[in-house]
Design a protein around this ligand. Structure first.
Ligand SMILES: [Fe+2]
Ligand SMILES: [Fe+2]
Length: 196
């Protein structure tokens, strides 16, 4: 699927506000892809598709899971804010002909992350949190960190999402915690000035 094809599918599914967010996520994803040596076209297509199911009613998301139970796995049991990414990946695969596993994975895990994220998974996750219209406290710090150290930025972003859910009294998806623990264990240790 080309970026233009993705746009023509997704734009009619979203409000103006969410379409603006989507275009901003695409811009940030392409910037990160360039910085970290990822395929820019894949980053752009993933970004355009990531929130394509965000405005579908709950019943319709559940229907998508029921119709595709083999790929939906335990989706209905996970917290509802996670559903739209899983549903978007299912729609991309089954209705829109996206076969690229990397793109499907990035869309699917864009809300929670997951353990052992690919470069594209990380880029979409971070782009979604740092797109131009985002203004949460600390977003500027994350925008600059993600251009210096992608894994440190990922840890910070995952931690921030977990705190955000907890502060709101929401239900934490165990996948978020697993993603954060994995990322913390695998980030580059701080460089020692003494060398050796
Ligand atoms: Fe989303
Ligand atoms: Fe988003």
């Amino acid at each position: 699927m080309t970026v233009e094809q993705a746009k023509s599918i997704v734009k009619p599914l979203l409000s103006e506000k969410r379409w603006t967010h989507t275009k901003n996520v695409k811009k940030m994803a392409v910037k990160l892809a360039r910085r970290w040596g990822c395929d820019g076209e894949k980053a752009a297509v993933s970004a355009i598709l990531h929130d394509s199911a965000k405005e579908l009613p709950k019943e319709q998301l559940l229907q998508i899971f029921a119709d595709n139970a083999i790929i939906a796995l335990d989706a209905p049991k996970r917290p509802t804010p996670v559903w739209h990414g899983i549903a978007a990946a299912i729609l991309a695969q089954t209705r829109w002909g996206v076969q690229d596993e990397e793109i499907l994975s990035a869309i699917r895990c864009h809300t929670t992350g997951k353990p052992d994220m690919s470069l594209l998974d990380k880029i979409l996750y971070l782009a979604d949190m740092t797109s131009a219209e985002r203004d949460w406290p600390g977003v500027e710090e994350l925008r600059s960190l993600q251009m210096q150290d992608l894994d440190a930025a990922l840890c910070l972003a995952l931690k921030r999402s977990i705190d955000f859910v907890n502060d709101k009294g929401g239900t934490l998806d165990p996948e978020s915690v697993a993603a954060y623990e994995y990322a913390e264990q695998h980030k580059r240790p701080p460089t020692s000035k003494q060398g050796g």
